[in-house]
Design a protein around this ligand. Sequence first.
Ligand SMILES: Cc1cc2nc3c(=O)[nH]c(=O)nc-3n(C[C@H](O)[C@H](O)[C@H](O)COP(=O)(O)O)c2cc1C
Length: 364
Amino acid sequence: MIGLFDRLSRPLLRALDPEDAHALAIKALRYVPVSRVPSDAPALAVRAFGLKFPNPIGLAAGFDKNAQVPDALLRLGFGFVEVGTITPRPQTGNPRPRLFRLEADQGVINRLGFNNDGAAVAHARLARRRSNAGIVGVNIGANRDSVDRAADYARLIETFTGVASYFTVNVSSPNTPGLRDLQQAKALDDLLGRVLEARERGSARAGRTPVLLKIAPDLTLADLDDVVGVARKRRVDGMVVGNTTVSRPGSLREREKGREQGGLSGRPLFKLATRMLAETFVRAESAFPLIGVGGIDSGPTAIAKIKAGATLLQLYTGLVFRGVSAVSEIKADLTAALNRGHRDSLASMVGSDAAAITAESWPG
Ligand SMILES: Cc1cc2nc3c(=O)[nH]c(=O)nc-3n(C[C@H](O)[C@H](O)[C@H](O)COP(=O)(O)O)c2cc1C
């Protein structure tokens, strides 16, 4: 059924302007009933941040920015869904066109700029699904014109406590000027201090919600030393590695579109994001688990991420080019890898290649 939906819808969606195609996909998920895929093999279950994920494949932030369709996405077979980025106040983002498909590279460049309906609207939607099963994380960010960005994050934590399974503090979008400066040690330490205080205030009423930090793949290794050091000192529950890149690999085939400003995702991001994941894994020393994101579109790319250090995975661009059947294909490949290795969970594979990857030459 999903395969059929994919085969019929993808050529249509690909013929449209990318942003119109995205709006149509959200609409279809809202109004076309989606039947639930069969439940996952027990060996695919993952425990992390005190949560039990039925499988490790999550939908990355940015697809369901306004928390419109998390339950439909869970029914399609994702192990978890991250909605957002949500900012306190609604904002329109950058002028269109601001989303570009690089077909020959199976990549996307976006400079959306946190277009979203704002916290009140997203909160009302999540409150309506509060009693539904399934892990739905909330990715939070600051308004573009905010004068106190840390206050925006703290306020969002207070607002969404009780309806979020976990939070992702997004300080890594390249499309809000200055946002990524929050990754600098002093600013990050202050930000996490305020965010975690807000989390503690909410924990009496709703329990302790895990807080993850999402970073850019463009940090220098010296910056990464600081970021992981601060994250460990502040005891965040995990990190998401990572966001889109402002770099452009020399191998890009779509040269003209490649010059568009914004963050690059998908296949051309895979090597850099996987290297940064391994670099983060060796620095984190198992203090917390990592979510590996960037260029996953198949079983082999998913397995490579796990071996580089990911306990959980997320994808977005792979969905654009491969459709939702990529999720069931990846799950089947993970199950086959477990059976081949006579393993009863993915945990023993996590990070097995990390040290070797950090010794390779830097991906160009
Ligand atoms: C169109 C688009 C919009 C995105 N919006 C967000 C966002 O709002 N917040 C965020 O943290 N990441 C956002 N991302 C980044 C993704 O969550 C992910 O980190 C990145 O695309 C790498 O994964 P992928 O190669 O599987 O797409 C966006 C990505 C794309 C392609």
